[in-house]
Design a protein around this ligand. Structure first.
Ligand code: PLP
Length: 360
């Protein structure tokens, strides 16, 4: 058996220890005589799995008691619609920060329901920077401010949390949740598709301050109503039971690694190693301004796009896979979420040095 270092942006690597644990428990979970996939979501076995996952996530992220944690389906993309449906209340506009592909998709969906004020837009620079706090043209009447702390495709990450006064801040943390400690109390709502830094696809985690629930527009479908989901413990309909279980194993794994403080140190070190190679000569380049560089998704270019195929082929020969950049950006992208071992980054760094030397 060989496990490659898989730099996919998502679905992405899971910790090997988590997959092994799922494998051990596959046919018979804790003497229940059932696989988790076969359990009733309302049975005592599954309820204990679901409760423990939520409790561990609350511990790991220090989520305050006045926040609900939901385990939903439809991915982060469903939230692009659910946010305006649930949070506009009696307001008719919302503020959005546009920093890349995912922000744009969130904006396009919100426009179906309300006036979207784009309060900062970095498209002119090719989405390579983070707007400053001072440049945000915030509206005090907005229902909320939405932003994407880490743009997965562009590899652009905010180095600060926007200050929005009394207007709730909503963050699409799909590709940065659990990468380091964050202060949840600064947010009205945090959401994240699971397949990057949480677990298998099929699950979207929503962390929402309780006072923001109960404002859904009358046309909101029940499964898309956050209050309905919250008052049914995310079991208004059958949840993505297996993905939820594996996410729980990932939360346990994070605790064993020393929690988010430890993850943050490792992630920073991993990212710095890659940026050091990129900046260390004139062979590799980064499209992203230095203060906006992501710890999780590291895009880089070679001197000539004609070299890309050879780079990818040589990488694959060393077991370094899925390094091709997103089709909209080109170049390379190394996604290095929590589950990417530091040894995987070291292997990529050493391959990058060798490739540059052989071409140079
Ligand atoms: C992957 C991603 C999404 C889309 O997630 P789905 O689960 O496919 O809907 C949205 N936002 C960000 C920042 C992402 O990285």
């Amino acid at each position: 058996m060989t496990r490659h270092y898989n730099f996919s942006a998502g679905p992405a690597m899971l910790p090997t220890a988590v997959i092994e644990r799922a494998q051990q428990e596959m046919l018979d979970w804790h003497g229940s005589g059932m696989s988790v996939m076969e359990m009733s979501h309302r049975g005592k076995e599954y309820m204990s799995i679901a409760d423990k996952a939520e409790k561990d996530l609350r511990d790991v992220m220090s989520i305050p008691d006045n926040y609900k944690v939901l385990f939903l389906q439809g991915g982060a993309s469903a939230q692009f619609t659910m946010i305006p449906l649930n949070l506009l209340g009696d307001k008719d506009s919302a503020d959005y920060i546009n920093t890349g592909v995912w922000s744009k998709k969130a904006i396009a969906e919100a426009k179906r329901y309300c006036t979207v004020n784009v309060v900062a837009d970095t498209s002119e620079g090719g989405f390579s920077t983070v707007p400053t706090q001072e440049s945000l043209q915030l509206n005090p009447d907005a229902a909320y401010v939405h932003y994407t702390p880490n743009e997965t495709i562009g590899g652009v990450e905010f180095d600060y949390i926007p200050e929005t006064g009394d207007v709730p801040l909503i963050a699409d943390m799909s590709s940065t949740i659990l990468s380091r400690p964050i202060d949840v109390s600064k947010f009205g709502m945090i959401y994240a598709g699971a397949q990057k830094n949480i677990g298998p696809a099929g699950l979207c985690i929503v962390i929402i301050r309780e006072d923001l629930l109960g404002k859904a527009s009358a046309s909101t479908p029940a499964v898309f109503n956050l209050e309905t989901q919250a008052s049914n413990d995310s079991m208004y309909n059958t949840p993505a039971t297996y993905s939820w279980y594996v996410a729980g194993l990932v939360f346990e794994w994070i605790k064993e690694q020393g929690g988010l403080a430890a993850m943050g140190e490792i992630n920073q070190r991993k990212a710095e190693k890659l940026y050091a190679v990129i900046d260390g000569g004139d062979f590799y380049g980064s499209p992203v301004a230095k203060n906006g560089r992501s710890w999780m998704n590291v895009p880089f270019t070679l001197p000539d796009a004609d070299m890309d195929a050879a780079f990818l082929k040589g990488a694959a020969e060393r077991g370094l896979i899925t390094l091709k950049g997103h089709r909209s950006v080109g170049g390379m992208r190394a996604s290095i979420y929590n589950a990417m071992p530091e040894a995987g980054v070291d292997a990529l760094v050493s391959y990058m040095h060798d490739f540059a030397k052989n071409q140079g």
